[in-house]
Design a protein around this ligand. Structure first.
Ligand code: HXC
Length: 260
């Protein structure tokens, strides 16, 4: 159930890095439903084209690796060429796998930091002079692991912690120009590649739900609603914040202690 009116994002253009699947694709779809012109980018050109088709409403799919600054910048220039403006940018591309630090090569660590953290810098740094100012809204997708350490996730924890600071620093540097920079920290969200990797079986899923205050995983659509809020006029005075869309999972055991 959404509280937003159907034309909330009419006249806006949104670029969503990593928008070819999962949570980011869900955000892209929702933005398009609310009237935004939407461009998604991912590494795989076929997947990008398929995502654009799935989003419909004139959405466009682009191919770039956010680790490559020049390629990412070029794609964002193409988006502005195609749609005439850029109001909303989501940095959501991420890579992840479970491995202990001792089972991870230096390249493995660097790869995830590169995609998540350097990628967020590249997307935001690269879009700045293309943005509609004042009024632009940038959102980075971070994770609870930015704050709460998790074993087998040293790369993602480090990368997401870095992203949280990128959000805050850019909010300070770009606020004077009317550019808001925020983050969304999704907790466990059903139907995502992330949860398939982190909670691969029934037992792990049940354990995970037992630790969440709302006792369930979230829906992709619920994260999309948070993104809509942050991009909307309703969040005009919100910048440098990280919105936890996580059912209260960061509260720890949520008082459950296995009792409920
Ligand atoms: C140990 C591993 C490994 C594993 C890869 N590597 N998988 N090491 N255990 N399971 C190592 C490789 O051996 C290599 O190191 C290095 O990582 C780079 O691997 P490549 O396959 O060459 O890299 P690349 O093709 O760029 O692929 C990147 C990737 C891959 C991150 C490794 O998984 C990927 O493309 N992921 C994208 C999709 C994804 O992960 N989605 C989930 C996002 S969910 P060597 O030394 O051998 O060269 C998410 C939620 C976050 O992010 C929530 C928690 C924070």
């Amino acid at each position: 159930m959404s509280a937003f009116r159907d034309d909330l994002l009419a006249g806006k253009t949104a670029f969503i890095a990593g928008g070819t699947s999962g949570i980011n694709l869900g955000i892209a779809k929702r933005f398009a439903e609310l009237g935004a012109k939407v461009a998604v980018a991912g590494r795989n050109p076929d997947k990008a084209a398929k995502a654009a088709e799935e989003i419909g409403r004139g959405a466009r799919g682009y191919s770039c690796d956010v680790r490559d600054y020049a390629a990412t910048r070029t794609v964002m220039e193409q988006v502005v060429e195609a749609f005439g403006r850029l109001d909303i940018v989501i940095s959501g591309a991420a890579g992840n796998f479970l491995a202990p630090a001792l089972g991870m090569s230096a390249n493995a660590f660097r790869t995830v930091v590169d995609i998540d953290l350097d990628g967020t810098f590249n997307v935001f740094r690269g879009c700045y002079d293309l943005l509609q100012k004042p009024g632009a809204s940038l959102i980075a997708i971070t994770a609870p692991q930015a704050v709460n350490p998790m074993m087998l996730q040293i790369h993602a924890c480090a990368a997401k912690a870095g992203i949280n600071q990128v959000i805050r620093v850019l909010a300070m540097e770009w606020g004077p120009d009317g550019v808001r920079v925020n983050g969304i920290s999704p907790g466990p969200i059903a139907g995502t590649e992330g949860m398939a990797r982190l909670s691969p079986d029934e037992e792990a899923s049940a354990r995970s739900k037992g630790r969440i205050a709302l006792r369930r995983w979230g829906e992709i659509g619920e994260v999309a609603e948070s993104a809509v809020f942050l991009c909307s006029e309703s969040a005009a005075y919100v910048t440098g914040t990280i919105l936890d869309c996580d059912g209260g999972s960061q509260l720890g055991d949520a008082g459950g202690q296995g009792l409920g």
